[in-house]
Design a protein around this ligand. Structure first.
Ligand SMILES: *[C@@H]1O[C@H](CO)[C@@H](O)[C@H](O)[C@H]1NC(C)=O
Ligand SMILES: *[C@@H]1O[C@H](CO)[C@@H](O)[C@H](O)[C@H]1NC(C)=O
Length: 986
C-alpha cells in the first residue's frame, strides 16, 4: 500500500504547512458485531436461491461423540517462528460453542497448504448480502487429523472434504474461534503426507461498512444519483473476511473467481474476464475470470461497479486501463500516461516482464489507504489517481505520479516476490517507497524527485526514529493488530532511506543487478530480508567488492534509531564519534529492547564529506561500529559531512564547525547543493530540539534564507520555523517569531508573486512562500487571497491550481460563516477530488468556535464526512491554534464512539491520538493526556500513544532549553531591521 501516513499505501504526508495530507493506511469503520455464527445456528441455516449451491450434508457431525483429540495444542510448529517470546496462554482458547479450540497460535499450523482456490461470490449491492461457494485444493505437508483455516465474520453454512479420488472424509468437529479468526475442522481420518484433498465450503456474509474486506462504497453520478460499488481491500489480514482462506502471505495459491452481478454493472479482478454467462431464470450475469498466477491472499481483489474506462496498450503489450466514476473519466489521462511510462521502465529496470496480461488502476471513492497494489487491479483513493490540470495543483499531480510509481513497483517487489511474513513488511514497503521517487523521476524528469526524497522520506523518518518509542525496522509481529501497527513511517520511510543509503555506497548499477537476481531467484515465491542481502552480496562480490552487506545493513534494520555523528576538526585532524541520537533527554535506556544487546546501538556508518579544499568530490570513511579519526589537511575552512544526506544519520558539529558552515551559507550558499543545505537546516533544528546546542545557532543559520531560492531548503526550514511558532503560540515571543519569519520570506514573496508559473519546484515553493506570508500576517498577501476568494465565490473565477490552497484557507480564516458554508457545499458537490481535499483543509482554518465545533462533530457522522477523510479533519483542526482544545475535548467526549469506529485492529486510532495531542506543550497537558489514556483501551494505538506522550515531553523540554535564548535572539535581531547587509556581519 502507499504511505500511512498511507499506504498500499503510498502514504501521503504533509508537514505542518503543506497542502499535502496524511492518510492512514488503515482506516475506518469496523463492524462492531462479530457475525460468525455458533455451530448450532450454522446447522440450521438454510441456503436458498443460490444457483450454484452444492448440497453437502455433514452437519450431523457436530454432535458426534468421540472426536479425536487434537494433538498439537501449544506445540511449537517447526519451520514457523511464531513470536518466540510470547508465553502460551494460561487458559485454553474457547470456541463459540464453548468447547476448547484445539489450536492456540495466531499463526496457522503448516500441516496443509492450499494450491488452488475456486471461488464463486454472489454479492448484492442493494441488500449487502453475499453468498459464497468455494473449493480449495490442498496438499498435506505433515500428517494431520485437522484443518485450520482463517475465516472472519463469515457464516459457514456447509463444508465437506474429499480425497483425490472423490471419496468423502468425514468432518467430525467444526469449531469457530473469533479472537484468532480461525475455523477448525476435525477429521475422522488422517490426511496423508503428500496427498491432495478438496475442501468445499459454502458461506454467507455481508458487504462490510468499513474500508476493509469486501465492502461497499458510494459515489454520486452526474444526475445526482447515489451509486453503489462493491470493492475489496485485504492487506494485511482481511481476505479472511471475504472468504475462508489460508490468509498468510507465504501460502500462495492460484485463484479462479466467478462473480454474479446485475446487468448494469461489470466486474474486475486480478485477471482478465474470461466469459460472462447470463444466469437462467434471473436477470443476473455471472462473470468468470481467468485463473491467476500463484499469489498471496492479501493481493486478491475484485470490484463490482458501473464505471467508465480509459485504456491503452503499453510498449510491452500490457493492457493498461484506468477506471473511474463516469463523471471523472476526463481526469484519468494523466494517470494512464504516467503508468504506461513507469510500467515500461520497471520492465527494463527489473529485467523481468510484468507477468499478467492486463493492469487496471481504479479510483475508489471510500478508501482507507493511499492505494493498494492488488496484482493486476490496483485500487486508489481518488486523490491518488485523478488529475485535472485546470484544477489540480502541482502537489496533487506529484501525489498521483508518486503513488502510481509506488504501486507499480510492488507488482514486482511484493507481488511477484513477497515477504515470507509481515515482520519483513519493510522489504515490500521500504522498497516501493524507494522506487516511487525513481519511477516518478522517469515519468517527470524535471521534478527533482531524487532531491525531494530528502524532504518526503528521509526527514520524516529521522524525526520519528529519534524517539525512544520508535521501533526497529525488522520487528516481530504476530496478530493482526501488531501487523497493522507496522504500516508506519519506519517501515515505509526509514526502509526507503536505508535502501537509498545502501545505493549510495554500492551504486545504482549494482543495486539494480542485485535486485534482479533477488527477483529472479524468488519469483512467485517468498523471501526474507536475508535473501535480499544474499543476492546483493553475491553481486557485489562478483564485482570484486567484499563489503559485508548483511552485517552493515543489520545494524540499521535490527536496531531502533540511528546515530548522531559528533565531529570536530583540530589542526587538520577530524574526530568523529557515534552514539544513538534520542531527541528526548529522559529515559535514555530502553528496557524493552532485547534485540540490541549485541550491537549496543552502534552502526556501520558510511561517513562522507566534502571540504572547502575539495568541494566537488566526496570522500568516505567507514565507521564500523566505531569512532574514527582522519586527516583532511590544515588549510580546510569548512567541512560538510553526510554529503547530499544520503546516510541515515545526523551530524553534530562543534561550535567552530557550525560557525564555518554558517559563514559559508551566508557568503556563498551555492557552494553546497540544495540537498546539503536542507540537511544542515534539518540537523541544526533537530539538535536544538534535543537541547544540545543553543537556539541561536539555528537562527543564525536561518538568516541565510534571505538568499535561498530553492524549494527543498525552504520547505525544510519553514517546517521547522512554523513548528516553533506552534510551540510558542501562547508566549510573547510568538509575534516576534512571526515577524522574523516574515522578514526572511518577504523578499521571496515579492520575487515569486501571484502568477502560477515556473517549473514544478518553483510552483511548490510559491505555495509555501505565499502561505507563510499569510500566516505571518502579511496584509498584501491576505488581501490578495481574500480578493480571489471573493471572485471565486461570487463570480465563479477559476483560480490557478497552485494558488487555490492559500486562497481557500485564507478566505475561510478571515471569512464569514457563509464563506465556510460555501466551502462545505463545494466539499459535498465537487467532482474534482483534489478540490475536496483543499476544502477539508480550508474549513479547518475557521476562527469561529461554533463552526469549528460543528466541523468536529461532523467527523462522527459518516454521511457528512467520509470516514477516509476524518483523519485529515482532525489533523488540520488540531494544527489551528483555536482548534487544539476543541479537538482534544471532542476526542475525549466521544472516545467510546471513536474507538468503536476506528479502534478495531486498525492503525487509525494511533494516528488520531497523535494528531490531537501532539500540539501540546505543557506538563499540565501531559498530565491530562496521560491520565485520560490510563483509563481507556487504545488497542493497536499503544505505540502511537507512547510516541505522542514522548512528543509532548519533548515540547516541554524544548521550552526549558530554548525559550529564553530564542526570545533574546529575536529581540536583538529584530531591533535592527534585518537587511541584506546585516548578514555580512558573519
Ligand atoms: C450469520 O448468522 C447469524 C446468526 O444466525 C445471523 O444473525 C446473521 O444475519 C448471519 N449473517 C449473514 C450475513 O448471513
Ligand atoms: C439484489 O437484491 C435485489 C432485491 O432483492 C434484486 O432485485 C437484485 O436482482 C439482487 N441483485 C443481485 C446481484 O443478486
Amino acid at each position: 500500500m502507499s504511505d500511512h501516513d498511507v499506504d498500499d499505501i503510498a502514504f501521503l504526508t504533509g508537514s505542518p504547512n503543506e497542502s499535502g495530507f496524511m492518510v492512514n493506511k488503515r482506516a475506518m469503520y469496523e463492524p462492531g458485531a462479530v457475525m460468525v455464527c455458533s455451530q448450532k445456528r450454522a446447522c440450521c441455516v438454510v441456503t436458498l436461491g443460490f444457483a450454484a449451491i452444492i448440497a453437502v450434508a455433514l452437519i450431523v457431525a457436530f454432535t458426534k461423540p468421540g472426536c479425536p483429540e487434537a494433538t498439537y495444542t501449544g506445540e511449537p510448529v517447526p519451520g514457523l517462528s511464531i513470536n518466540p517470546t510470547a508465553a502460551p496462554p494460561s487458559t485454553p482458547p474457547t470456541a463459540t460453542n464453548g468447547e476448547e479450540f484445539p489450536w492456540s497460535e495466531v499463526r496457522l499450523p503448516f500441516h496443509v497448504r492450499p494450491l488452488h482456490y475456486d471461488i464463486t461470490l454472489h454479492p448484492n449491492l442493494t441488500t449487502r448480502h453475499v453468498q459464497g461457494e468455494m473449493t480449495i485444493k490442498l496438499t498435506t505437508i505433515e500428517e494431520t487429523t485437522a484443518i485450520i483455516i482463517h475465516g472472519d465474520e463469515l457464516n459457514i453454512t456447509q463444508y465437506s472434504l474429499q480425497n483425490k479420488y472423490g471419496k468423502p472424509i468425514e468432518i467430525v468437529k467444526f469449531l469457530v474461534y473469533p479472537p484468532h479468526q480461525q475455523l477448525y475442522l476435525g477429521l475422522s481420518e488422517i490426511l496423508r503426507r503428500g496427498s491432495n484433498y478438496t475442501l468445499r465450503m459454502s458461506f454467507e456474509t455481508s458487504l462490510k461498512e468499513g474500508l476493509e474486506g469486501f465492502y461497499l462504497s458510494t459515489y454520486t453520478n452526474g444526475e445526482g444519483e447515489k451509486r453503489f460499488i462493491a470493492t475489496t481491500h485485504f492487506e494485511p489480514t482481511s481476505a479472511r473476511s471475504a472468504f475462508p482462506c489460508f490468509d498468510e502471505p507465504h501460502l500462495k495459491a492460484r485463484f479462479h473467481l466467478n462473480i454474479y452481478r446485475e446487468p448494469q454493472h461489470f466486474t474486475l479482478s486480478n485477471m482478465p474476464r474470461q466469459t460472462s454467462i447470463p444466469v437462467e431464470g434471473s436477470n443476473l450475469v455471472m462473470d468468470e475470470f481467468q485463473e491467476s498466477v500463484d499469489m498471496s491472499t492479501y493481493l486478491v481483489a475484485f470490484v463490482v461497479c458501473d464505471y467508465q474506462v480509459l485504456s491503452n496498450l503499453t510498449a510491452h503489450q500490457v493492457n493498461l486501463s484506468v477506471y473511474t466514476p463516469p463523471n471523472m473519466v476526463d481526469q484519468a489521462s494523466y494517470a494512464l500516461r504516467v503508468a504506461s511510462i513507469i510500467l515500461d521502465y520497471y520492465h527494463t529496470f527489473f529485467g523481468l516482464s510484468y507477468p499478467l496480461p492486463k493492469l487496471d488502476l481504479i479510483a475508489i471513492p471510500d478508501f482507507g489507504a493511499g492505494a493498494m497494489e492488488n496484482w493486476g487491479l490496483v485500487t486508489y483513493r481518488e486523490t491518488a489517481l485523478m488529475f485535472d490540470k485546470r484544477h489540480s495543483s502541482s502537489r496533487a499531480q506529484q501525489t498521483v505520479a508518486v503513488v502510481i510509481a509506488h504501486e507499480l513497483a510492488h507488482q514486482w517487489f511484493g507481488n511477484l516476490v513477497t515477504m515470507s511474513w509481515w515482520s519483513d513488511l519493510w522489504l515490500n514497503e521500504g522498497f516501493a517507497s524507494f522506487m516511487e521517487n525513481i519511477g516518478a523521476e522517469v515519468a517527470e524528469p524535471g521534478w527533482a524527485m531524487q532531491e525531494q526524497f530528502l524532504v518526503e522520506k528521509m526527514h520524516p523518518a529521522l524525526e520519528l526514529d529519534a524517539l525512544l518509542a520508535s521501533h526497529p525496522i525488522s520487528t516481530p509481529v504476530n496478530d493482526p493488530a501488531q501487523i497493522e501497527s507496522i504500516f508506519d513511517t519506519i517501515s515505509y520511510k526509514k526502509g526507503a532511506s536505508i535502501i537509498s543509503m545502501l545505493e549510495s555506497f554500492i551504486g545504482r548499477a549494482i543495486l539494480q543487478e542485485g535486485l534482479r537476481l533477488y527477483l529472479d531467484l524468488h519469483s512467485y515465491g517468498t523471501a526474507t530480508t536475508n535473501d535480499l542481502w544474499e543476492a546483493l552480496t553475491q553481486v557485489t562480490r562478483k564485482h570484486g567488492n567484499h563489503l559485508d552487506i548483511k552485517g552493515i545493513m543489520e545494524t540499521w534494520t535490527l536496531q531502533a534509531g540511528f546515530p548522531l555523528i559528533s565531529v570536530s576538526l583540530q589542526d587538520g585532524q577530524v574526530t568523529a564519534s557515534q552514539g544513538r541520537f534520542l531527541v528526548c533527554e529522559e529515559n535514555v535506556t530502553d528496557p524493552n529492547e532485547p534485540l540490541n544487546t549485541t550491537l549496543g546501538y552502534r552502526w556501520h556508518v558510511p561517513l562522507t564529506y566534502i571540504t572547502s579544499a575539495n568541494p566537488r568530490n566526496q570522500t568516505m570513511h567507514w565507521m564500523n561500529l566505531t569512532d574514527v579519526e582522519f586527516d583532511v589537511g590544515k588549510d580546510v575552512k569548512w567541512i560538510k559531512f553526510n554529503v547530499g544526506q544520503r546516510g541515515f544519520y545526523r551530524i553534530g558539529y562543534d561550535s567552530a564547525g557550525w560557525n564555518a558552515i554558517i559563514h559559508l551559507l551566508k557568503t556563498d550558499h551555492e557552494a553546497l547543493t540544495p540537498a546539503d543545505r536542507a540537511s544542515l537546516i534539518d540537523d541544526v533544528f533537530t539538535l536544538i530540539k534535543a537541547g544540545s546546542i543553543s537556539a541561536a545557532v539555528a537562527l543564525d543559520l536561518s538568516m541565510y534564507l534571505k538568499a535561498e531560492t530553492r524549494y527543498i531548503p525552504w520547505h525544510t526550514a519553514l517546517g521547522h520555523l512554523f513548528q516553533w511558532v506552534q510551540l510558542i503560540f501562547n508566549y510573547p515571543a510568538h509575534t516576534l517569531m512571526l515577524e522574523y519569519i516574515h522578514n526572511l520570506v518577504l523578499p521571496h514573496y515579492h520575487r515569486i508573486g501571484w502568477n502560477d508559473t515556473g517549473t514544478h519546484l518553483e510552483r511548490l515553493l510559491r505555495y509555501e512562500i505565499l502561505w507563510a506570508a499569510v500566516q505571518c500576517g502579511n496584509t498584501h498577501a491576505i488581501q490578495e487571497a481574500q480578493l480571489l476568494f471573493f471572485e471565486w465565490r461570487n463570480h465563479g473565477l477559476i483560480i490557478p491550481p497552485n494558488l487555490r490552497s492559500v486562497v481557500y484557507s485564507t478566505g475561510v480564516r478571515y471569512g464569514t460563516e457563509d464563506d465556510w458554508r460555501y466551502c462545505w457545499q463545494v466539499y459535498n458537490t465537487s467532482t474534482i477530488p483534489s478540490e475536496t481535499t483543499l476544502m477539508l483543509q480550508a474549513m479547518a482554518q475557521t476562527r469561529d468556535p461554533w463552526l469549528m465545533q460543528q466541523y468536529l462533530e461532523y467527523t462522527l457522522d459518516n454521511v457528512k464526512i467520509r470516514p477516509q477523510d476524518v483523519m485529515t479533519v482532525l489533523k488540520e483542526v488540531s494544527k489551528n491554534p483555536g482548534g487544539r482544545l476543541p479537538a482534544w475535548r471532542m476526542v475525549r467526549q466521544h472516545w467510546s464512539k471513536i474507538s468503536q469506529l476506528f479502534g478495531h485492529g486498525s492503525f487509525t486510532i494511533g494516528a488520531i491520538i497523535k494528531a490531537v495531542t501532539s500540539p501540546f506543550t505543557s506538563s499540565f497537558d501531559l498530565g491530562e493526556v496521560e491520565s485520560f489514556f490510563k483509563e481507556v483501551d487504545v488497542g493497536p494505538g499503544e505505540r502511537a500513544l507512547a510516541q505522542a506522550l514522548e512528543t509532548i515531553r519533548l515540547h516541554i523540554q524544548w521550552h526549558e532549553h530554548n525559550l529564553k535564548d530564542l526570545t533574546q535572539w529575536l529581540h536583538q535581531h529584530l531591533s535592527l531591521p534585518l537587511t541584506n547587509t546585516s548578514s555580512e556581519q558573519y
